[in-house]
Design a protein around this ligand. Structure first.
Ligand SMILES: [Zn+2]
Length: 371
């Protein structure tokens, strides 16, 4: 028997999933975005309850995907193939599926899930995330951590086990999504995680032999950036600052009042659409290049692209060291006047800013002039 239409095939596939496959699975829940189901991957995993999905794809075949191990061929072999042996019909399974990326909604599922597991970074000096910031003078200890930067405790790190205390998690999205969401946060298109130990020193998000990294970007990276501050560039009154990395953007946001953007690498600097967005900046763009060949090349290309799109831009090089934030983060912060918290409150009310942004701006305006 062959299926005369895709609809016939899809119906057969759905029957097979519902009647034969789902009953053997754990953690089954509807997956509305794909009109399919989520479940826990039954393959051997370091982490229990690894999320996976099964659905009928647009061709009427059964698709499976494990968000954790991505051993989709093996997962298909385990879940689908045994049910096909006694069937007279050809298998409602795609003949060959290269490790195809899952549909867009599902790619976005992973960063959203990680983000949902994070918690706010507290004020004060003792927290590992605060120690990471303090070790490099990236952010004032008095000022709330920016909302797009949060903390994922080691216990919630998948697949783990995390070697340190946890990870800083930076939210990444495309500039349009940032601008539309402000003063709230956009949905995470990707996240960058930075694993640290209790002292805020680099750690690994899983054991080295399991591919542990101290820094990892997850999700749809293309065009995804971190923006600290007001992303509506056409209406801001100070230049927007651009650097490659999250730490550099933090150091810049703590020292300049305009928004600071982490392009996420030299490729991000030259990603389509980025220069077009930057060209809107009312007061222009300052690109803080990494002081290496790739960084300088990316910065000068971005500069040129912003100019081509009618904006103004200049690139600055740190006189020494590799990263853009290195120079600024060598300077420690001066004291704040006593009135800065009240001023922050006023700025938040006047501008509708989130509290961290009001505190950042107030701190920049209310620094004691060093004697
Ligand atoms: Zn799996």
């Amino acid at each position: 028997m062959t299926y005369s239409t895709i609809a016939d095939r899809a119906a057969a596939s759905e029957q097979l999933i519902v009647n034969a496959i789902l009953p053997d699975l754990q953690g089954v829940k509807p997956n509305r975005s794909r009109n399919g189901w989520n479940f826990f991957c039954p393959l051997e995993h370091r982490k229990k309850n690894a999320p996976a999905a099964i659905w009928v794809n647009d061709e009427g075949w059964i698709s499976v995907h494990c968000f954790d191990c991505r051993r989709n061929d093996q997962l298909r072999q385990t879940l689908v193939t045994p049910h096909l042996r006694n069937r007279p019909s050809p298998p409602p399974v795609a003949p060959y599926q290269p490790t195809s990326p899952p549909p867009r909604q599902q790619r976005n599922y992973l960063p959203a899930r990680i983000w949902a597991d994070t918690e706010a970074i507290p004020n004060g000096a003792g927290h590992p995330a605060r120690r990471w910031l303090a070790n490099r003078n990236l952010w004032r200890p008095e000022v709330e951590a920016p909302a797009p930067l949060r903390w994922l405790p080691a216990s919630r790190t998948r697949p783990g086990p995390h070697i340190g205390a946890g990870s800083l998690v930076a939210l990444l999205a495309n500039p349009t999504a940032w601008a539309e969401a402000w003063p709230r946060l956009p949905n995470p298109q990707a996240v960058e995680i930075v694993a640290v130990d209790r002292e805020g020193k680099p750690a690994l998000d899983r054991p080295r032999q399991d591919g542990g990294l101290d820094k990892r970007t997850l999700g749809e990276k293309t065009g995804a950036v971190l923006i600290l501050g007001d992303p509506r560039l056409a209406s801001i009154e100070t230049p927007v600052r651009v650097a490659e990395g999250v730490a550099d953007a933090m150091a810049l946001a703590a020292r300049f009042s305009g928004p600071a953007v982490a392009s996420m690498g030299d490729a991000g600097m030259n990603a389509g659409g980025f220069a077009v967005w930057l060209a809107n900046a009312a007061e222009g763009v300052v690109i803080h290049a990494d002081n290496d060949a790739a960084g300088q090349k990316a910065a000068s290309r971005l500069c040129g692209a912003v100019l081509v799109h009618g904006g103004t831009a200049r690139a600055v090089l740190p006189p020494e060291g590799k990263d853009a934030g290195v120079v600024s983060s060598m300077n420690s912060f001066t004291e704040l006047t006593e009135s800065w918290p009240g001023y922050a409150q006023t700025l938040a009310e006047m501008n509708g800013w989130p509290r961290w942004e009001a505190q950042r701006q107030a701190a920049l305006l209310m620094e004691e002039v060093p004697a």
